[in-house]
Ligand binder design. Structure first.
Ligand code: UD1
Ligand code: MG
Length: 446
């Protein structure tokens, strides 16, 4: 039987411990904001509806939610009187039947599999509430799960817990699933708690037990529940996520020569047989096709690499770069918003921006597409099989015809016809005996 799930993401907390002007859930992990990570996991559950609770001064978070992987209704909470209050504020958005799953915006490492197990556990027990428990190495600050006769009886916040409960130590991960039909009564029963003056959502467990409704707990791997409250925890979560992404890439047939030094984005697509050298960094939006090679110390963002292409070492590929099959981009080459067609080569020290480089064209060392005149960007079009000599400046807009040859050191500011040999540089003058005469003149002056 399928039950409809409404996901509620709580994210109105200020996150002051991040000590950053940016709201906590906009901090990024593997190139994706924390709130997008949480919404992506929610999306995998195929919810009938998602709701995100924010503080009214979080317009930038609201915009991020709107561009996220799961459509969601935004509800503003003011003031922020705790997790229970956050759900009370979202009450109009909650369904009368089905299931409500509560997630936190600052818990980005959850997997859909764990959430599905939680939902299944609740359904199997027909419980009013199901919670995820965990055993972190340092339980300080977490609520504790209290059991009576083997059944979950309460969640006790650390400040209210006695030593024995603190020691037995199954902690509340914060993720809770509710039977929607019974949630309303549990929210009605919540009371303001001192000394923090908050409504604790966790009190719903005791209120359910008081009504004779069962509650269940499921233990999960604590790393999945890792909450990000500080910059150090952000880095810790990044490390966990990077490890997952690397393992998944290798399991899919990608060679990572030094996996610990490769940084992937959450959306990096690497096809089987791709080979990634050490110290390669992927920003968002990269696709690498089969048998392409990315050599060490390269940085890629928003780019597509075709089959068998070779990139780097020390290449920088910026958004809009498209490197076709078998093309090569070598050391200290920057490519932006430009397409290198099949077999084209730019092996050394060049900038190629706002351009097309035709199939098998060869770009010599030190070539620059001068794409910006201080006001606007202009395009350079290089035909198939063209040869651009070293240290050439191509002043855009400009077209180099198919098969043309441009002499080294040229400054090209007019179109070059197909098949032309074009040279645009100062002429060389040779003065016989000039060196000797120059030296004589200098010496006579000393
Ligand atoms: C909560 C749990 C605790 C659990 C811990 C796990 C309660 C009372 N306690 O404590 O048992 O071990 O999480 O991390 O629920 N939020 C709002 N509005 C508010 C307050 C919080 O949206 O008014 C959001 C926060 O942005 C955050 C989440 O709810 O995403 C949790 O809030 P937080 O203050 O971190 O709760 P904890 O004290 O850590
Ligand atoms: Mg917290």
């Amino acid at each position: 039987m399928s039950v409809s799930v409404t996901v509620v993401v709580l994210a109105a907390g200020k996150g002051t411990r991040m000590k950053s002007p940016r709201p906590k859930v906009l901090h990024r992990l593997a190139g994706r904001s924390m709130i997008h990570h949480v919404l992506a996991v929610a999306a995998e559950l195929g919810p009938t509806r998602a709701v995100v609770v924010l503080a009214p001064d979080m317009a930038n978070v609201a915009a991020e939610v709107e561009s996220g992987p799961q459509p969601a209704t935004i509800v503003f909470q003011e003031p922020q009187l705790g997790t229970g209050h956050a759900l009370l504020v979202a009450r109009d958005q909650l369904p009368a039947t089905g299931e409500v799953l509560v997630l936190y915006g600052d818990t980005p490492l959850l997997t859909p599999a764990t959430l599905r197990s939680l939902l299944e556990t609740r359904r199997a027990a027909a419980a009013a509430v199901a919670v995820l428990g965990m055993r972190p190495p340092d339980p300080g600050g977490y609520g504790r799960l209290a059991f009576a006769g083997g059944a979950l009886a309460a969640i006790v916040e650390e400040r209210h817990a006695d030593d024995e409960l603190k020691r037995q130590g199954l902690c509340n991960a914060g993720i809770m699933a509710f039977d929607a039909a019974r949630l309303g009564a549990l929210l009605d029963a919540l009371e303001l708690r001192t000394p923090k003056n908050e409504y604790y959502l966790t009190d719903a467990v005791e209120h359910a037990r008081a009504r004779g409704w069962s509650c269940v707990a499921l233990e999960m791997p604590w790393l999945e529940a890792l909450g990000v409250n500080s910059q150090a925890q952000l880095a810790e979560a990044e490390a966990v996520l990077q490890d997952r992404l690397r393992q998944a890439a290798m399991a899919a047939g990608v060679t990572l020569i030094g996996p610990d030094t490769v940084f992937l984005a959450a959306d990096t697509q690497l096809e089987e047989g791709a080979e990634i050298g050490p110290y390669v960094v992927f920003g968002p939006g990269v696709r690498v096709a089969q048998a392409a090679q990315i050599l060490p110390f390269s940085h890629l963002e928003g780019v597509t690499i075709g089959p068998g292409a070779q990139i780097g070492p020390f290449a920088r590929l910026r958004p809009g770069a498209e490197i076709a099959a078998g093309a090569r981009v070598g050391n200290f080459v920057e490519v932006k918003n430009a397409r290198l067609e099949a077999g084209a080569k730019a092996n050394h020290l060049s900038y190629i921006g706002d351009a097309r480089v035709g199939a098998k064209a060869n770009i010599g060392a030190g070539t620059i597409t001068c794409n910006y005149d201080g006001f606007a960007k202009h395009r350079t079009d290089i035909g198939a099989g063209a040869f651009i000599g070293s240290n050439t400046a191509l002043v855009a807009p400009v077209t180099i015809g198919e098969g043309a040859v441009v002499g080294a050191g040229s400054t090209i500011d007019r179109d070059v016809p197909p098949g032309s040999l074009s040279i645009a540089r100062g002429r060389q003058t040779d003065i016989p005996d000039g060196a000797a005469r120059l030296r004589a003149r200098r010496l006579s002056k000393t």
